[in-house]
Design a protein around this ligand. Structure first.
Ligand code: OAD
Length: 244
């Protein structure tokens, strides 16, 4: 892929860059995205049946087991070249902020220390009642494990449909989007709010918006540069073209 010379020279002189990632970035690691037809997780399961506070109240064990299954799936995967290219960008750009909607922890594993996790992290488990985090719990096959502090039931520390995003993470993301020079939107369908509005907020404040996605999204017509293809292929080439 040939990149526009304007994009290359812009990135060479950049001081503040923000990147927002979605499930597409982890697709090449072997994790399924949410909305891709046929293979998307949501194609097999209705989100309202599994990823909502109501579902957890109705059938906590079903929800706990589904997340346990996803947690195991995530443990078996590794970051891909797209994740590593973003870690490389963090070393090259003076102020680089990575915002992710992914709960898989792969950015952290690839070396991105400064990370805003908008939707939580599937490996973290906390009490649904008193919020205490725990790293160990029993494996009772019949019921959901309980909090050792208050006896409440445990749940994954992820954001469910109908729940608010962690306030500090959201505020940091909005501030980053409003003040960056370049905003990358990578591997996200851009249909889930409030994450989807970040690129538009950046654009309206004058930032150059770059989209990397396997297919067009609602952001594509607004993007200054829309690079269509796999992030695990485009990102390493872009890093090489700019800083190699
Ligand atoms: P989606 O599944 O909605 O979108 C994934 C996007 O990645 C699609 O636009 C794909 O075309 C694109 N894609 C797939 N493979 C790709 C690849 N190798 N390289 C580049 N792009 C690729 O996932 P998200 O936008 O992340 O929220 O979904 C947002 C939120 O919806 C999730 O965080 C989750 C879900 O409900 C919660 O669980 C709160």
């Amino acid at each position: 892929m040939n990149f526009a010379p304007e994009l290359i020279s812009l990135l060479r002189g950049i001081s503040k860059l923000v990147a927002l990632t979605g499930a597409g970035v982890s697709q090449e690691s072997g994790l399924r995205t949410f909305r891709d037809a046929q293979t998307g997780l949501w194609a097999q399961y209705k989100p309202e049946e599994l990823a909502s506070p109501e579902a957890f109240r109705r059938d906590p064990k079903l929800v706990w087991d589904w997340y346990a299954w996803r947690r195991e799936a995530v443990k078996g995967v590794r970051p891909n070249p797209g994740h590593y290219a973003l870690a490389e960008m963090a070393k090259r750009v003076p102020e680089f902020i990575l915002i992710t909607q992914n709960v898989d922890g792969l950015h952290h594993m690839a070396g991105n220390q400064r990370l805003i996790e908008l939707h939580g992290n599937i490996q973290r488990v906390r009490c649904a009642e008193c919020y205490t985090f725990t790293e160990t719990w029993g494996d009772d096959t019949k019921s959901v494990p309980q909090c050792s502090v208050c006896g409440g039931i445990l749940r994954p520390d992820v954001v469910w449909f109908g729940e608010s995003l962690p306030r500090d993470q959201l505020e940091a993301a909005v501030e980053a989007a409003r003040t960056c020079e370049v905003f990358f939107s990578i591997g996200t369908s851009g249909v889930v709010q409030p994450a989807a509005s970040l690129a538009f907020a950046a654009h309206s404040r004058g930032a150059v918006v770059v989209e990397i996605n396997a297919e067009p999204t609602p952001l594509t017509p607004e993007a200054n540069f829309a690079l269509q293809g796999k992030s695990g292929e485009i990102l390493p080439r872009l890093v090489e073209a700019v800083w190699g």
